[in-house]
Design a protein around this ligand. Sequence first.
Ligand SMILES: Nc1nc2c(c(CN[C@H]3C=C[C@H](O)[C@@H]3O)cn2[C@@H]2O[C@H](COP(=O)(O)O)[C@@H](O)[C@H]2O)c(=O)[nH]1
Length: 306
Amino acid sequence: MEAVRASAAWVASRSSHVKVDMLEIEKAVDKIQGNVPKVEWDFEGIHYFDNGPLTVQYLFVLDALNFCFWPDKDLTYDNLASGLKLALEKDKSALDADRLKNYTGPQLRELLNWPRPLPIEEERVRLLHEVGLELERSFGSEAANLVKSAGNSAASLIELITRHFPGFRDHSLYKGHQVFLYKRAQIFVADLWGAFKGENYGEFYDIKSITIFADYIVPAVLRELGILNYESSLCCSIDSNSEIVPGSEEEVEIRACSVHAVEKMRELINKKFGKQLLSIDIDLWLWSVGVQNMALSHHRTLSIYY
Ligand SMILES: Nc1nc2c(c(CN[C@H]3C=C[C@H](O)[C@@H]3O)cn2[C@@H]2O[C@H](COP(=O)(O)O)[C@@H](O)[C@H]2O)c(=O)[nH]1
């Protein structure tokens, strides 16, 4: 995703509230001697997988809803992934396009077996409708057809998704420039690649073009490692759980600098230790560290993108 890589680098070079510390990147790389711990996709054992098109439908719906869990302190990504899995195991047609088009908030809660309204529930419902309608209109009602149309190219699949599904257009304006982060579109490609182990629906000849997925967990881990440095007022806001305004310089810098820092880390590991590491490998490692460390404070932005 050249647009993501380039716009993240652009932000990092002009960033005012967040700085990427190259020395700390070098230290972290030397500490692990370039050996990024391998984390398996679905290390948690919470995802639906049947090796066929229904898995693709599941992953697309999962990533359409894969954002902003923190406003409910008991809700996590695990609840979404396992809730949709159980729903599908009970009723194989639960995620059919014509069903997605019609879910209401209370029905979505029931589907996920969640006892109270979900964070930004109306948006979650609207995005489900968008997925159902557009899958029906342009892809014969199946996410598997969307994936097939991309001809095994990760970049083409992201372009198709962002062209057809406005809810996946994760971008912002920063100092007059358009910045693309495409977190949920990229994570969908990575989920396919991980779930199908690089084969079948998960085969992408350009998987190395994917960057990390700029969420609220990976930046917190990079900050803890000293790789991201925040100016003091931003530190205060995050540590006191104040909300960061979506589209603010601070928010864009946190996300874009995270993408850029991991690109630099990957380049260094590959150069210094002769590896062919992907950004996805580093993402999954950092993310798994982050979700297991409950004490990490992360930035809080109400957003449908991550
Ligand atoms: N960078 C990055 N962000 C990721 C994921 C995943 C899950 N990926 C699956 C793929 C393979 C594994 O088996 C994982 O299960 C979720 N998130 C983000 O985290 C946040 C949720 O946090 P909490 O509220 O604590 O549950 C939220 O923004 C969510 O969008 C990832 O891999 N990378």
